[in-house]
Ligand binder design. Structure first.
Ligand code: CUA
Length: 331
């Protein structure tokens, strides 16, 4: 029996997966705009209801006192009230317009000083993450988990390999589409360390709902250590099982789709596995990264995420154990 994605597993990050719990300057601006709109709309709603109630009560009283047409003074007062209400409405609409335009401008104006550039490529149904560097040998490729240093602006370059996806990490920013054949970009910044869940926000096929990602914001020193570790090729196998596992990866179809730096596996269709064991999730935020879930995923990925591009693998028990031992060593 293969474990389906567990809700408890997803909940550990979705609990804080909220645009109203901002962790960076842009999400904060968006949150402020939302609260301004919320309170103005609430005020208008209450004012309209109060006016309606007052009108109903007064009309009833007037009809009881002196039924008949409205007196000329009352008509004048009514005209003044309606004109005043129209004036207030226009002013409020302009307040919302300026606040909205101002927020839009502020969102695009993160300082690009000391920016870190990440290329994010969406595909059915996972995210490829490439840390750019002027020296090609220092670029880092990973998948479905973006690490960023806190307090530093990040330029995320967006591309898609197949259909339209949308990058959305509610705690950091609004949505931005990844469009095939078009290079988009978005700036993000996290000021508070934490793990923020992201989600593809544009329907992109069968497994759109299971196209998640994590953004791990950590202090600059921790981030630098992480990046340095990711730059290294895969850890060489030590135990006999790990050695056998590496040989299996290189000879089985795995190598056609996945890359493990420092080995013969250099496929580009699936996620880079060089440091697979350092990641928190499997299959783009679908499963916790544990040996049991990894075994289920290797043997029968289609029952976990139907329609994804990973084929089922029939393996002898010892081969599967060797594969797990090796993949589990790729810290
Ligand atoms: Cu990718 Cu929805």
């Amino acid at each position: 029996m293969i474990a389906a994605p567990s809700l408890a597993f997803l909940a550990q990050w979705t609990g804080r997966h909220s645009a109203l719990d901002p962790a960076g300057p842009q999400a904060e601006r968006i949150g402020d705009l939302w609260w301004l709109m919320f309170w103005i709309s609430t005020g208008v709603f209450l004012a309209v209801l109060t006016a309606l109630l007052a009108a109903i009560l007064r009309r009833r009283r007037e009809e009881e006192d002196a039924p008949g047409p409205i007196a000329p003074e009352a008509r004048h007062r009514l005209t003044r009230v309606v004109a005043g209400a129209v004036g207030v409405t226009v002013v409020l609409l302009f307040v919302l317009l300026f606040a909205s335009v101002g927020t839009g401008r502020a969102l695009g104006s993160l300082s690009s000083r000391q920016a870190l550039t990440i290329r994010l490529t969406g595909q059915q149904w996972w995210w490829s993450v490439e840390y750019q560097d002027p020296v090609p040998g220092r670029m880092v490729t990973t998948a479905n988990e973006i690490h960023i240093p806190t307090g530093r602006p990040i330029l995320v370059q967006l591309e898609s390999r197949d259909v339209i996806h949308s990058f959305w990490v509610p705690n950091l920013h609004g949505k931005r589409d990844l469009i095939p054949g078009h290079k988009g970009e978005v700036w993000i910044q996290a000021d508070r360390p934490g793990v923020y869940r992201g989600q593809c926000a544009e329907f992109c096929g069968h497994q759109h709902a299971l196209m998640g990602l994590l953004v791990v914001a950590e202090p600059p020193e921790a981030f630098a250590a992480w990046l340095e570790a990711q730059r290294r090729p895969a850890a060489p196998p030590v135990t006999p099982a790990q050695k056998r596992g590496q040989k299996l990866v290189e000879t089985l179809p795995c190598a056609l789709c996945h890359t493990i730096q420092g080995t013969a596996a250099s496929g580009k269709t699936g996620p880079d596995l060089t440091h697979l064991a350092s990641r928190r999730t499997l299959a783009a935020g679908t499963l916790p990264n544990t040996p049991g879930h990894l075994a289920g995923w290797i043997v029968d990925p289609q029952s976990i995420k139907p329609g994804n591009h990973m084929p089922a693998n029939t393996l002898q028990s010892e081969d599967l154990q060797a594969l797990l031992a090796y993949l589990g060593s790729l810290k």
